[in-house]
Design a protein around this ligand. Structure first.
Ligand SMILES: NC(=O)c1ccc[n+]([C@@H]2O[C@H](COP(=O)([O-])OP(=O)(O)OC[C@H]3O[C@@H](n4cnc5c(N)ncnc54)[C@H](OP(=O)(O)O)[C@@H]3O)[C@@H](O)[C@H]2O)c1
Length: 304
């Protein structure tokens, strides 16, 4: 693969493990991180394990759209055109509705809009063969396969980015906002693939399964986190769950291995395509996510 693999949220959890795995596979890297010191420390550790790998560390807070524009411009100016973009950074907010400095609901802004703002200026410059990987989750479906996590509730991208004042503030409502953002990540991959496949740029959505050992539950109350930590050894052995290293191996494969080409345009668990929920295939939902995100990011949809 010529050109680096860029990964957002590379300082912890799945993103960090995937960066190591991509380096092991010989890919040069661009680590996009919101804490440069931790990013440089991660890069040092990767170089120790994989001497010779070329790594750039760039600041990127996906919830700060001005910063994302600066990041995208700097990548173009420096000729760092990725052959794979892994849109991994993500968070859950379970203590009420939080807004970014741009006034957008934090979960959807970080997990979706920030990535659209990063991708939009890059896409037309990417070479044929480039891949975009978004991070989905079975939480979008809810129910047993999501370990009881509440399913996504699609109320329209504009409303989701600017919830009304009376929007519920419970932790359950926060989890619904998360699963809804993951639904958007799935439909976003389908949309990017539909728009760019003729130019040889493909997109795919990866479901890593439940990985209880990452930092994703960091905003949960301490008692809930303690129960979760105690259950982790049992949870990782259940169907639909797994270790971070196993998911990172699959994600790095999907982002960079020629053998994964046939999976582009789909929703992938492990190394297999599977159906996502009917809502993710609904006519117009991908375009709504793409275009509303562009507008929220101050990018004219006609230019992207
Ligand atoms: N864990 C699971 O069970 C699971 C299941 C399905 C899907 N996923 C998805 O997998 C991805 C990785 O999650 P994880 O489980 O590895 O959780 P994690 O350990 O919390 O990692 C999330 C990463 O995103 C970064 N991040 C959060 N907000 C950011 C922002 N505003 N700007 C830039 N980076 C930001 C974090 O940065 P810091 O290091 O600075 O905190 C961290 O590196 C997410 O998209 C998540 O939705 C996870």
């Amino acid at each position: 693969m010529d050109g680096p693999a860029l990964i957002t949220g590379a300082t912890s959890g799945l993103g960090r493990a995937t960066a190591f795995e991509l380096a092991r596979r010989g890919h040069p890297l661009v680590l996009v991180v919101r804490d440069l010191d931790r990013g440089e420390a991660t890069a040092r550790e990767i170089r120790e394990q994989h001497p010779g790998v070329v790594i750039e560390v760039r600041h990127g807070d996906l919830s700060d759209l001005t910063g994302v524009h600066v990041l995208a411009d700097s990548l173009l100016v420096d000729g760092l055109l990725p052959r794979a973009v892994v849109c991994n950074a993500g968070l859950q907010v379970v203590d009420g509705v939080q807004r970014t400095g741009d006034g957008l609901e934090m979960t959807m802004a970080t997990n979706v809009v920030g990535h659209v703002a990063l991708l939009a200026p890059l896409l037309e410059h990417l070479r044929p063969g480039a891949r975009i990987v978004t991070l989905g989750s079975e939480t979008h479906r809810g129910g047993l396969r999501a370990f009881g996590f509440p399913a996504a509730r699609w109320t329209g991208m504009r409303t989701l980015l600017d919830p009304p004042a009376e929007a519920p503030r419970s932790s359950n409502a926060g989890r619904v906002r998360y699963s809804t953002s993951k639904l958007a990540c799935i439909a976003l991959a389908y949309e990017i693939d539909r728009r760019w496949r003729d130019r040889g740029v493909r997109a795919v959505c990866f479901d890593p399964g439940l990985m209880p050992a990452t930092g994703l539950a960091r905003e949960y109350p301490p008692a809930v986190r303690a129960v979760y930590a105690a259950l982790t050894p049992a949870l990782v052995r259940m169907p639909g769950a797994g270790s971070v290293s196993e998911s990172a191996g699959n994600l790095a494969w999907l982002a960079g291995d020629p053998a994964a080409e046939g999976l582009m345009g789909s929703y992938v668990s492990g190394r297999r395509a599977r159906k996502s929920s009917p809502e993710t295939y609904r006519d117009g939902i991908g375009a709504e996510i793409w275009e509303t995100s562009l507008v929220a990011a101050g990018i004219d949809p006609v230019d992207a």
